[in-house]
Design a protein around this ligand. Structure first.
Ligand code: AKB
Length: 321
């Protein structure tokens, strides 16, 4: 039976997506791949391969070895790191996408999931309830790679019939895995610091509103779009996807309902300019209409879950240390 490959399985979304896909399809059908084998949960819970997302042969060998028909390409350099290493970000984000698109074009694999991002939008985009189809003039390298990637996904679908599906993820928040190198990362760090130190210095200003989503919703959206009948997927660039929008000050207030002496301060850095170029909220009605997307977590529900889970996690690590 053909298998599923997750490239970049060790990352923030990749690691939780892999474990969910293993639950749904069985560990024998889901191959996790990354450039290193540091994530022991992945290595120990099913088939694991070292794969370099920038090396076509490395992906091809893995695809052939495991009879892969579906690839989730989760390897990418995110917005903040991308600004430090623009050429590396371009190379990684574009090379890996072309390799996977070409595997589908050549009928070696059948289906692709590729994540896009709210970073495809820029300062000239309407920032409130940003429409699906609108002005897109991203000012970060990461945003440029995602916007160009979307164009190529649509092109490969229209020209070669490639079944590629994509979501414009907002900032993703999870208690299991830390993000790395993004502008929305503050919204994960804040919960850890709230539990550990009861204080946090935000690298974004008090009123910077950004679109965000709890990981459980993001994983469900990913599985849902991949399982939807092909004729319901009317957008082959990437779907707007939305759940909640909040500012650093609002998340701080939500945390204070659980940790009353939590102390929030603000020290904006270079990531402020990136955040300022992104929308504050997203209109995802196309996803809701086409394949019935609906989010389950608002800020309050997510905060309660994050705090409960992180308290358990840190208590457990104290017992084990
Ligand atoms: C980032 O902050 O770079 C990512 C994203 C919004 O795509 N989390």
């Amino acid at each position: 039976m053909p298998k599923i490959l997750i490239i970049g399985a060790g990352g923030q979304i990749g690691s939780e997506l892999t474990l969910k896909l293993r639950d749904v399809h069985g560990p024998e059908r889901v191959v996790a791949a990354d450039i290193n084998d540091k994530n022991t949960d992945l290595v120990n819970s099913g088939i694991f391969e070292i794969v370099d997302a920038q090396d076509y042969e490395s992906i091809l060998n893995c695809v052939k070895k495991h009879d892969i028909d579906t690839i989730y390409l989760m390897a990418a350099m995110l917005s903040a790191t991308g600004e430090k290493f623009p050429v590396k970000a371009w190379d990684l984000n574009m090379d890996s996408l072309f390799h996977v698109l070409n595997l589908a074009k050549d009928n070696i694999i059948k289906h692709i999931f590729w994540p896009s991002s709210i970073a495809v939008f820029g300062p000239t985009t309407p920032s409130k309830r940003t429409p699906q189809h609108t002005i897109m003039e991203p000012t970060t390298v990461y945003g440029i790679t995602k916007q160009v990637g979307e164009r190529w996904c649509e092109y490969y679908h229209n020209k070669y019939g490639v079944d590629v599906r994509s979501l414009r993820y907002p900032g993703i928040i999870s208690w299991k895995t830390m993000p790395g190198g993004g502008t929305t990362d503050y919204a994960v760090e804040i919960y850890h610091k709230a539990i550990l130190d009861k204080r946090y210095a935000s690298f974004l200003s008090k009123d910077t509103e950004l679109p965000m989503m709890f990981m459980e919703d993001a994983i469900r959206a990913t599985l849902d779009i991949m399982e939807a009948p092909a004729e319901t997927i009317k957008i082959r660039s990437s779907y707007n996807l939305s759940a909640i929008s909040f500012t650093p000050s609002e998340i701080s207030e939500a945390i204070k309902k659980h940790i009353s002496d939590f102390d929030m301060s603000y020290a904006p850095d270079f990531r402020q300019a990136i955040a300022d170029s992104w929308p504050s909220s997203i209109d995802d009605s196309s996803a809701r209409t086409d394949w019935n997307w609906a989010h389950h977590f608002d800020l309050e529900k997510m905060t309660a879950e994050m705090i409960t889970r992180l308290r358990e996690k840190y208590k457990h690590s104290e017992i084990n240390s």
